[in-house]
Every structure is written in C-alpha cells, then in structure tokens.
Design a protein around this ligand. Structure first.
Ligand SMILES: Nc1ncnc2c1ncn2[C@@H]1O[C@H](COP(=O)(O)OP(=O)(O)OP(=O)(O)O)[C@@H](O)[C@H]1O
Length: 267
C-alpha cells in the first residue's frame, strides 16, 4: 500500500522533486524533499547538508465515497494550513513555517524541523529526547525543556487555539544556537482548532500527561509538574485575568483526568 502512495506522489511531483518517505500515520503520509516548491533550482545548504522540506500528503481513502473523500481532503488540508499560517504569526509560539498548500490534492509543504539525536536515539521529538535522558532523568536541560514545552502550550491556549492531538511525538525539539539547549516546536495541527473552551484545553493537557505517563512512567510526576509550571507561567504573566483563566483550565484538567480514571476503572 505505501509503495503505491509513494509512486502516486512521485508521479504527481515529477522526478524534479525527489522524495523520501519518513512517516505513514493514520491521517497522512509524510515525506522530506530538498526542493523548495517556488525555487526548485535553489537547493540551500546548512552545514554542507541540503536543507530539507516536509511534504504532508493526505492520500484518498478507498473506503470513502470519492466525492466526500475529495471534500474532506480539501477541508482538512486547508484547515491545517490556515491554522499553521495563523499560529506562525503569534509572537513566541513555535510552529513549522507553512510553505505551500495544494488543498485539492491534499499536499502541505512546510519547513522541516529537528534532527536525529545522538547514539541512535531517533528523531528529536520530546518522546525520544526523554528516552535519551533516562540515565540522568532530572537534569537541568530536561527540566528547562519541559518548562519551555509547557510555555508553548500555554501560549497556544492563551491565544485560544487547541492542538487536538498533543502527544510527545508531536513536539519537535530544535537545537538552540548554543548547541546545548533545545527549543520546542508544536507540529501536526490536523486536529487543531480555534477554541476558547476550557474543556478543549483541559483535554490537550490530559492527552500530553497520559502520553508522558505511558512512555516515561517512572519520571512522569516530575515531568508533568515542570510542564504545568511552564504552562502556568504564561498565564500568571497576564495578571489577575490570566490567573483566573489558569485556575479554570487547571480545574477542568483535573476533571478530565478524573473522568479518564473512572473510564479506565469501569473498562
Ligand atoms: N515540520 C516537520 N518537521 C520535521 N518532521 C516532521 C514535520 N512534520 C511532520 N514530521 C514528522 O512526520 C511525522 C508525522 O507527521 P504528522 O504528525 O503531521 O502526520 P500524521 O499523519 O497526523 O501522523 P499521526 O497519524 O502519526 O499523528 C511526525 O511525527 C514527525 O516525525
């Protein structure tokens, strides 16, 4: 199946745009390419390596009626692109830069972020980064990174946007210029939305908390504390109004967690 999709994409993009498959998820297939869609002859180099771009492609789903499938693809591709474009303009918030959208055919071209971690620890998302640090799990860099991840979520929420699928794989870490610290970026806004609902914000926090508990259970309490410290920091800086909003979100977060516990007890 995946070779079929690769062939379709290669044919559509022509041999002028070489692609490499990096992920096949439930929603989309993701490729890298060294080609910029508007400046194809302008292959940039960083540290002697060609700059990469991400191509996210929503393939047609055979089980859907073809007309509905086309409408859904167009709608989801456009909605994710619009969201990326709006979020990119929020000061301090880090999301990939949108480069091009071909909504009728389901393509989003965006900035490539992150790198391969040393010692075969995989791609630099939060999940792999925490694995990489599991021998010294509470070091200052881990603490600082989780605080900054919390701040990113706080910035997203205080601007009334929600992610919708906030797992530790959807947080990509980019090395800071000092080569020691990491800058978190939020990716994959396929289920994202503009929302001022405390419920949506509470669910975002719960999804990430669960993701961290499931992959790093021994250290999860401290990790989640640092995330919430960073999150709270953004709201606390906004004075009384921010503190009030923060209280509402954290209360709802506790309610969502309680509901989750009840559900898992009942089964
Ligand atoms: N801008 C980016 N820079 C670097 N890697 C990226 C970028 N966007 C996506 N990826 C990689 O591709 C993977 C899948 O991307 P994304 O989550 O957007 O697609 P998806 O189909 O919604 O995935 P899933 O169904 O697994 O959630 C990411 O986990 C990440 O490893």
């Amino acid at each position: 199946m995946s070779q079929e999709i690769v062939d379709t994409v290669s044919q559509y993009l022509t041999p002028n745009v070489p692609i490499k498959l990096i992920s096949q998820g439930a929603e989309a297939v993701v490729f890298t390419t060294p080609i910029h869609p508007y400046c194809p002859s302008d292959e940039k180099l960083i540290d002697d390596k060609p700059v990469q771009y991400i191509i996210k492609y929503r393939a047609p789903k055979q089980y859907r009626h073809p007309i509905i499938d086309k409408q859904l693809t167009k709608h989801r591709t456009l909605s994710e692109s619009r969201l990326l474009a709006k979020l990119y303009l929020i000061k301090g918030l880090h999301v990939p830069k949108l480069i091009a959208t071909d909504s009728y055919n389901g393509y989003i071209w965006q900035e490539f972020l992150g790198e391969d971690l040393p010692n075969d620890c995989g791609f630099s998302n939060l999940k792999n980064f925490l694995w990489m640090n599991s021998k010294d799990p509470y070091n200052d860099i881990v603490k600082d990174t989780l605080f900054k991840v919390g701040e990113q979520i706080g910035l997203l929420h205080i601007n009334d946007y929600c992610h919708g699928d906030l797992t530790s794989s959807n947080i990509v870490l980019v090395r800071d210029t000092d080569n020691i610290n990491w800058i978190p970026y939020l990716i994959d806004f396929g289920l994202g939305s503009q929302s001022n609902m405390v419920e949506d914000k509470g669910v975002d926090l719960y999804v990430l908390e669960r993701a961290i508990i499931s992959t790093h259970s021994t250290f999860a309490d401290r990790y989640n504390e640092w995330l919430i410290e960073g999150f709270s920091n953004v709201y606390n800086k906004q004075g009384k109004g921010g503190v009030k909003k923060l209280g509402e979100i954290l209360k709802r977060f506790a309610d969502v967690r309680m509901r989750g516990r009840k559900r898992s007890m009942i089964g």
